[in-house]
Design a protein. Structure first.
Length: 757
């Protein structure tokens, strides 16, 4: 699996020299007067003098660490030939001891050392020597390995300069330096010097390497219905193309700069990266998002099948809007499409413009941006959009009167508001009902517990299996958010430290799955079953034959008022004496206009919110697995005909930290909880029961001593539609419909069920 990399912080790039801190038997100090700056012209000579004095006395019992540090010392001392020999010995040592060669960053440094050696011995320019060394390194690599290595060569040097500066600052006003900090400084310098030396040279060389490996056709116009065209970039691996025809990976995107069209080609496919018409030329755009993409994509698929380089097989992949396009094609699936894979796919009518049937104001910003002319800066003005939300919220106007901006996006958004149910307006773009049963090809869905895209991802997965229990549809889910669904888990994310086994690259997993889906390889271990999830906290990937099988064993907890004013309870047994709790919320109150939920996944405290109650279990005596969707029955009496509810699950650790089990929170409109197609109003003043099934999945092991916490509240936010409970179309309601505060009495029949495999 590829490492997670969006930036190259010093602690990562310093593995160029593969050296950790040594354990030195005898402390030694060396005279050293540090120059003030990492770019001071005097620094190379000062470090050279320091390295020359360290080399004769440096020892280390760990031969791997010794060789890595020695190479850095020799290079800094101006002896690239000796450094090169140490690097060769280090690589042999790694092969013999650990069965591996040097990794990406260490290879970059090895190429740099080789270039300096050639420069010194052959009396050629460094640019010429580096070009020769780079070509030699890439010559023996296949396309995928070359692509992996390329990103390491493109690391910026600035973080490395900052690392050197920090080391120098630590030695300020000192006249001696101990061996360990001296080695730290020399390692930092070796990395910085290597990267700043190659920074201006490497891009054109890598471009030439790409041209050698790939056939690239840019801005290819592909005809689609209505006399329009789709712009596409087509990339084919030269070696595979010369050997014969290729299967094609097709992806639609709204932003070509965010996708690398070479990625499928590095795995041996022809790659077609198409720009959705909604993001292309203004004159060719459809009236609104989602309208033309299914037909456009089918036309592109037909075009691909007629190309001389195509073997007639197409697999589709996509993220976000591109994932929607994949499912739009699946509504009427062409026979040439052999497999589909999506990551956090959008689903109009399911997660945009509403989620849980509650309209999100962020959907207006999104459609405004999609239909705005190029260069329009409004969509990126976060402060302006936040002000729009808060001004509307404070005004008390109906959602249909949400303040809008000039442009076609406003009209589209207002038209969407006319369809609050998941009716034919939304159903026409995606498979619906029995249409899912006709999708008889392998399908992969990737999402995360902390990704907003999970709602649509689980919708596709559950609907497909609902109408075809034997559907060849695989789910891969872990502690990912929107960013890491695409790129893999970093060492930390939003205050959360993912398990080691969760740090996978979903892109690699997808291509391994494609190889299996097209019949060539065995099922990958990571996606060996229908449901594949990382149990956060347990550091394990687990697998289940279906979501139903995963959720078969459930633990029920009743919502119970605790005596004496202590925290409300999640009780395993229902109390014999009837109890109830009352939650109230004044919908007229707008003092909370600026409130937004915390994005942090780990919190020290849960801020109090009107209308929200906390329920918690007793501390668990042993670890408890929670894997699947939250469900239950709410037993209540309310004074309104409708209400929007919101739920969140936390692990309350013995340390006092609250850890979210999923994010965003599960918010839903009560009148649609049973049926997203038809609205069923509540009965004001009547005790009633409302079964619910969360659109969110968790996968978490609660540690011994932890508690499970449920936050149950009434949804009211400045950035979302407000349900005043009158029973009218919610978009037509205003603060004039608020009347009395919402009052919900939670009866003792209310319970949640936690899947505990």
């Amino acid at each position: 699996m590829r490492p997670f990399l969006t930036t190259f912080p010093p602690l990562i790039v310093l593995v160029l020299v593969l050296a950790a801190r040594p354990t030195i038997a005898e402390a030694q100090d060396f005279g050293f007067d540090p120059p003030p700056s990492a770019t001071d012209p005097a620094l190379p000579a000062a470090l050279r003098d320091l390295a020359e004095r360290i080399v004769p006395v440096y020892t280390d019992d760990d031969s791997t660490r010794y060789l890595a540090n020695l190479a850095a010392l020799q290079m800094t001392a101006g002896d690239p030939a000796a450094a090169h020999e140490s690097r060769i010995a280090l690589d042999k040592r790694l092969q013999a001891k650990e069965g591996r060669s040097a990794t990406g960053p260490a290879i970059v440094y090895a190429v740099y050392v080789q270039a300096r050696k050639t420069e010194a011995e052959e009396h050629v320019s460094f640019a010429s020597a580096f070009r020769q060394a780079l070509r030699a390194e890439f010559e023996h690599l296949d396309d995928l390995a070359a692509d992996d290595l390329e990103m390491w060569f493109l690391a910026p040097s600035e973080p490395l300069r900052e690392a050197v500066q920090r080391e120098l600052d630590q030695q300020r006003d000192k006249r001696e330096i101990a061996l360990e900090p001296a080695l730290d400084l020399i390692r930092s310098w070796a990395s910085f010097e290597a990267y700043r030396s190659i920074e201006a040279l490497v891009r054109p060389l890598l471009t030439a390497e790409k041209e050698r490996r790939y056939v690239v056709d840019e801005n290819v116009a592909i005809p689609v219905p209505g006399g329009a065209t789709i712009e596409a970039t087509i990339v084919r691996p030269r070696a595979a193309t010369e050997a014969g025809k290729l299967a094609t990976v097709l992806e639609f995107t709204l932003d070509r700069s965010s996708r690398d069209p070479r990625e499928p080609a590095t795995h041996g496919y022809a790659s077609v990266l198409a720009l959705a018409r909604i993001a292309g030329d203004l004159s060719a755009r459809p009236r609104a998002p989602f309208e033309s993409d299914g037909d456009d994509a089918r036309a592109v698929i037909d075009w691909i099948s007629q190309q001389p380089w195509s073997d007639g097989r197409v697999v589709m992949q996509g993220t976000g809007y591109g994932g929607f396009v994949v499912w739009a094609v699946a509504k009427t699936l062409p026979p040439t499409v052999k497999a589909i894979a999506t990551s956090d796919p959008m689903a109009p009518g399911i997660d945009i413009p509403m989620r849980g049937r509650i309209v999100l104001s962020s959907a207006y910003r999104w459609v405004y941006d999609r239909l705005a002319p190029p260069g329009d800066a409004t969509a990126n003005d976060a402060a302006r959009w936040r002000k729009l939300d808060e001004d509307w919220y404070r005004s008390g106007r109906s959602y249909r009167e949400f303040p809008t901006l000039p442009g076609p996006g406003s009209a589209v958004f207002k038209r969407w508001l006319n369809y609050p149910s998941y009716d034919r307006f939304w159903q026409k773009w995606l498979p619906f009902g029995a249409e899912f049963a006709k999708i008889d090809i392998p399908v992969l869905t990737v999402t995360g517990y902390y990704s907003a895209g999970q709602t649509a991802a689980l919708y596709y997965f559950t609907e497909h299996h609902k109408y075809d229990p034997n559907a060849n549809h695989t789910l891969l889910i872990g502690p990912f958010d929107e960013q890491t669904v695409e790129k893999g888990s970093p060492p930390t994310a939003r205050g959360w430290i993912p398990d080691e086994v969760a740090r996978v690259d979903p892109n690699d997993a997808r291509y391994e799955w494609f190889a299996h889906a097209l019949g060539g390889d065995e099922a990958p271990e990571l996606t060996r079953d229908k449901v594949n999830y990382e149990l956060a906290g347990a550091n394990e990937w687990r697998h289940a034959a279906s979501l139903a099988a995963l959720e078969e064993k459930r633990t029920r907890f009743y919502l119970e008022a605790s005596p004496g004013g202590t925290a409300n309870a999640l009780a395993v047994k229902k109390r014999k004496t009837p109890t109830s709790l009352t939650a109230t919320l004044n919908l007229r109150d707008r003092k909370d206009a600026a409130w937004r939920p915390s994005r942090e996944l780990v919190q020290d405290v849960l801020p109090a919110r009107d209308g929200t109650m906390l329920f918690m279990t007793e501390p668990f005596s042993a670890p408890v697995d929670v894997a699947g969707r939250l469900s239950g029955v709410l037993d209540f009496t309310i004074n309104k005909q409708d209400v929007d509810l919101v739920m969140m699950l936390y692990e309350l650790r013995s340390t006092g930290e609250y850890v979210k089990l999923f994010d965003p929170a599960y918010a839903f409109r009560a009148s649609y909880a049973k049926d997203r197609v038809h609205r069923h109003l509540l009965l004001a003043g009547v005790r009633q029961q409302l079964p619910f099934q969360s659109e969110k999945m968790a996968g978490h092991q609660l540690q011994a001593g932890s508690r499970l916490v449920l936050a149950l509240g009434i949804n009211k936010r400045a950035d979302q539609q407000i349900n005043y409970g009158s029973g009218k179309d919610v978009s037509e309601e205003s603060i004039a419909d608020a009347h009395a505060a919402v009052r919900i009495r939670w009866h003792d029949g209310s319970f949640i069920e936690i899947p505990s495999p």
